[in-house]
Design a protein around this ligand. Structure first.
Ligand code: 3PG
Length: 304
């Protein structure tokens, strides 16, 4: 069977080596498409049985071109890049690789945070994370890793997750709060780890972020769609104490850049851009595709 790895943002070389080895051992054929266009993807996907992608768009058009496709694995956590309804209609199983790249994203949260509290390394005296209240919005794999690392910084850690019971949060040694408003009110820093869904899109808005105390820092390593950008810009204009740091460039990047010293975005989405995350997620994806094609294994199916 044919398995296509199609990534606009290529995996690290070591991850590709690992994927090649897993696919070769299984007796299947690997096709690699790196930095391709949508037209390249549509052409390559025509006769493959399995597809591995990162944030690459797998929409109805791609799925319709993929006549032999049985399984798509998104090597990573968020699967908002895949048209699940179209995949389901076509009988294609869609999976992600939960947890495989979460440490990388969590580490970058702290890279961004230290940068922010030290005034973006402009030489001026900054502050420390120790003793500050960190709020984690959504306590999934990334959120849990953020909590673990935050304890190393001696931060006071809080979390809210609409789908995770308070007891489970407390069991991880983290204070559970009742709702997201309480998280923003309580914490000096809020780190977003919610997926982009109909409920969460645009949900990080003026009213919510406006609840933060003086000197509040918002960290976004989730999706840009969860932020209501015009409202956040309005708030930053009104409150010169707020900082916004992110690994996903907002649509209104140029407008945010006006807030020099209070805004920073990495040039490309970087949270999961490590060799280790690529190796973990890429190899897991290769195993998942093969297991699905050979036995129908679908533990991490997201379009059930
Ligand atoms: C994810 O959802 O796993 C992260 O956003 C990483 O995405 P990437 O693989 O496209 O870097």
């Amino acid at each position: 069977m044919k398995i296509l790895v199609a990534t606009e943002k290529p995996f690290a070389a070591a991850a590709i080596d690992g994927i090649k080895e897993v696919v070769a051992k299984s007796g299947n054929e690997l096709i690699l498409l790196e930095k391709g266009t949508k037209a390249d993807l549509i052409a390559k996907v025509a006769d493959v049985n399995g597809l591995i992608v990162r944030s690459d768009i797998v929409d109805r058009e791609v799925l319709e071109a993929a006549k032999q496709l049985k399984v798509v694995v998104r090597a990573g956590a968020g699967y908002d890049n895949i048209d699940l309804a179209a995949a389901t209609e076509k009988g294609v199983c869609v999976m992600n690789t939960p947890g495989q790249n979460s440490n990388a994203v969590a580490e970058l949260v702290f890279g961004l945070l230290v940068f922010a509290v030290r005034n973006f390394y402009n030489g001026k005296s900054g502050s420390e994370l120790k003793g500050k209240k960190l709020g984690i919005l959504a306590f999934g794999n990334v959120g849990r890793n953020v909590a673990r690392i935050a304890k190393g910084f001696d931060m006071d850690v809080y979390a809210y997750d609409a789908f995770c019971p308070k007891e489970a949060i407390e069991a991880a040694g983290v204070h559970a709060v009742d709702n997201q408003e309480a998280l923003f009110e309580t914490c000096d820093v809020v780190s977003l780890h919610i997926p982009a869904t109909a409920e969460t899109k645009q949900s990080i808005n003026y009213a919510l972020v406006g609840k933060m105390k003086k000197g509040g820092i918002l960290v976004n390593t989730a999706r840009k769609e969860v932020i209501n950008e015009p409202e956040l810009l309005k708030l930053m204009a009104e409150r010169d104490d707020l900082k916004y740091v992110t690994d996903i460039k907002p649509d209104a990047d140029e407008d945010f850049k006006k807030y020099e010293g209070r805004y920073f975005a990495t040039p490309k989405k970087m949270g999961a851009q490590t060799a280790e995350a690529n190796i973990n997620a890429g190899i897991a994806a290769a195993h998942q595709v093969i297991d699905n094609l050979t036995t129908g294994w679908n533990k991490f199916q997201v379009n059930k």
